[in-house]
Design a protein around this ligand. Structure first.
Ligand code: 13P
Length: 250
């Protein structure tokens, strides 16, 4: 990823059936053909829709991503999906370490790091998520917590490769709440410093995305914050007009 190139990625989470996909993709394709995006655009649908989405956006400037992968390459892991399987289905990216997985499934920094490494080895760009809880922010520990997550969730294998970090404060996800622009800048600068410390200059080009209640009406301000290299968008990526509004804010 070139540093100048921002990435707007939609995380559909556990939402969307085939019929939803057709509607969103048709609108998105039509609009982006009329006026190409000035950034990298990706959609991370549920695994069931990956290959259908990849077919639907084939030849378009829209990438497809998974929402998670296993750290192992294959084996007896019922229900598991490997990074190579995502790639085989047409993905170029994969989200790892989303706070919903850290919280719901007890995923640790160590596991997230192993998943990111598996992604790189399969030829996918991992989007490694970090972010503090409300309790941690209220205790004045946001920067310290996020810094620790970056240091421990980024494997050395991502150095010089296509990858991103996404800062998603847990309390801002799906709540309509967002940090102030100053708070976003403070954490993003700390993330960059931790990335440089961990990986050296080989990480300088990787974008740091902001995620958590990004909407068309706050996207322009957030995307203009220093060190904000794009957005990871949940709810607003399910509606083509909202997602486009964010893409056009770059
Ligand atoms: P919302 O945009 O719905 O707050 O979700 C953010 C998120 O978790 C993206 O990964």
């Amino acid at each position: 990823m070139k540093q100048s190139e921002k990435l707007i990625a939609g995380n559909w989470k556990m939402n969307g059936l085939g019929a939803d996909l057709e509607g969103v993709v048709q609108d998105l394709k039509r609009e982006l053909q009329a006026e190409p995006a000035s950034c990298r655009v990706a959609i991370c649908p549920p695994a069931t829709l990956l290959s259908r989405l990849a077919d639907a956006v084939s030849g378009q400037a829209v990438e497809v991503g998974g929402q998670d992968c296993r750290a192992e390459t294959h084996g007896a892991f019922t229900g598991g999906v490997s990074a190579a399987m995502l790639k085989d289905a047409g993905a170029t990216l994969v989200i790892v370490g989303h706070s919903e997985r850290r919280q719901e499934f007890g995923e640790t920094d160590r596991l997230v790091s192993a998943k990111a490494e598996a992604a790189v080895q399969a030829g996918l760009a991992p989007i490694v998520c970090v972010g503090e809880t409300l309790e941690q922010r209220q205790a004045g520990r946001a920067v310290e917590v996020v810094r620790g997550q970056v240091m421990n969730s980024l494997p050395l294998a991502v150095a010089g490769r296509d990858f991103a970090v996404a800062y998603e404060p847990v309390w801002a996800i799906g709540t309509g709440l967002t940090p102030t622009l100053e708070q976003i800048e403070e954490v993003h600068r700390a993330v960059r410093a931790a990335m440089l410390e961990r990986l050296g200059l080989a990480s300088a080009a990787a974008p740091i995305l902001y995620g958590g209640s990004v909407k068309p009406d706050n996207a322009r301000d957030i995307l203009a914050v220093p060190e904000v290299g794009g957005a990871l968008v949940g709810g607003a990526s399910l509606k083509a007009s909202d997602f486009l509004g964010i893409i056009r804010a770059v």
